[in-house]
Structures are given as structure tokens and as C-alpha cells.
Design a protein around this ligand. Sequence first.
Ligand code: SAM
Length: 180
Amino acid sequence: MIVVLRLGHRPERDQRVTTHVALTARALGADEIWVSTEDHDLEKSVRGVVSRFGGDFSIRTGVDWRKAIRSWKGTVVHLTMYGERLSDALSTLRDQDLLIVVGAEKVPREVYDLAHRNISVGSQPHSEIAALAILLDRHSSGKALNEDFGGPMKIVPNPRGKTVIDSREEVETRNPSKQG
Ligand code: SAM
């Protein structure tokens, strides 16, 4: 079980980034995302992707982050550029339930203390999306990217155009010049 906990989401500013945190979590093998601020539009957009592209990824918003961290039965991993190196920590994270905490702006000091592990993905500032993607990809040894989600819409890898199979309609192959 892997759950991503997104802290500090501001619906008016972070809609796009938090949506991408959620979609990255889903695409790279997490089971759920919990967002500390209530946001029904965010829930709707993530559930829309799940219903089209499959899997059983779920989203909850308005989650009490302190309670979530304190009551987690597995390992709480806080991603921060100040933490220990991912390459040193990775092998110790296997075979356990992970709650992966990512911030938006400044993360409260308390999170560093409550987390079992503070882990950095390189010691440079970058992004919660990048940090999460790299952690999940390495944690699955690259396998998560090839997962079949079994949804009604399926993208067939194509070196030029877009090939999308929609089992609710017919097979559609679009010419690259008409792509949006
Ligand atoms: N300055 C903020 C702070 O003091 O926490 C960080 C803001 S950063 C834009 C948002 C989030 O990206 C962080 O909370 C952290 O989860 C993640 N992040 C950014 N760089 C990272 C790195 N090198 N390693 C791990 N996580 C990182």
C-alpha cells in the first residue's frame, strides 16, 4: 500500500500542480492520494482520469495531516531536499506500507519530526512532482511505468501519431497534424 499525502494545497493557486502530483502518484503505482485541504474540483478531475484510464486509485481531500501521519501503520517518508539520500534509503523502504509526504510551500517543522524518514531526491530544490516520480520509479525498479490499468481508454505507444483505443467507442488513430 502506497499513499501520497499532499500538504499545503491552496485550491486557488495549486490546482494544476496538485492534480499533477495525483496523476503522477497514480501513474507510478501509488494507491491513493490524500490532500490536506478540501477541494471538490480536484477530486472530480482525478476521478475523471481514473474512470477513463482505469485502475482503482482514489483521492480524499480535507484530510487531517497530523492524524494521518500519527495513525499510519507503516513507514512515513517525507520528501525534502534536506533529507538523507534516496540512494542510501531506497533498499530499506521495500515491503512496507508507505505514506509519502510532499509539500507545496513551506512545510511545518513538525512534519520533519513526525516522519520516520526525511528523504531527499538530490540535494537541490526542485519539485514535489519530480521528487515523487523519481522515488516511485526507483521503488518499483521501473516496473510501474509498464502497468496495465485496464481502463476503457488505452493509449497504444506510437512513434508518430496518437493511437487511443476507447472500448466504449471504436479504435481511433489520429493524424499527428490534427493533434491537440
Ligand atoms: N522551500 C520549501 C520547504 O522549505 O519545504 C520546499 C518547497 S518545494 C517547491 C515543494 C516540495 O517539493 C517540498 O515540500 C518537497 O516535498 C519537494 N521537493 C523539492 N525538492 C526536493 C528534493 N530535492 N528532494 C525531495 N523533495 C523535494
